[in-house]
Design a protein around this ligand. Structure first.
Ligand SMILES: [Zn+2]
Length: 78
């Protein structure tokens, strides 16, 4: 998922720490189980299998569904 997300975000989102809205577990986005790529990428929580992130890339736009994540902690330079 690092490649498709790097097209959208300037930071490496796979290193961001997300909290699952299903079970509350936290961990880096890179820890999510990714399925796809067709019809879109789906990333599930490794602890409860809830869908945390969906990414669909169309010809001229991308749709990012993050409703399965309570938050994302993105480290930035101080
Ligand atoms: Zn979970």
């Amino acid at each position: 998922m690092a490649g498709p997300l790097s097209e959208i975000f300037a930071v490496d989102v796979t290193a961001a720490v997300g909290r699952c809205s299903g079970c509350g577990s936290t961990g880096p986005v890179a820890r999510l189980r990714v399925y796809g790529p067709e019809p879109g990428l789906v990333a599930r929580c490794p602890d409860c299998e809830q869908v945390v992130l969906r990414l669909v890339r169309g010809p001229d736009a991308a749709w990012l569904d993050l409703r399965g994540a309570v938050s994302l902690r993105i480290a930035l330079p101080s």
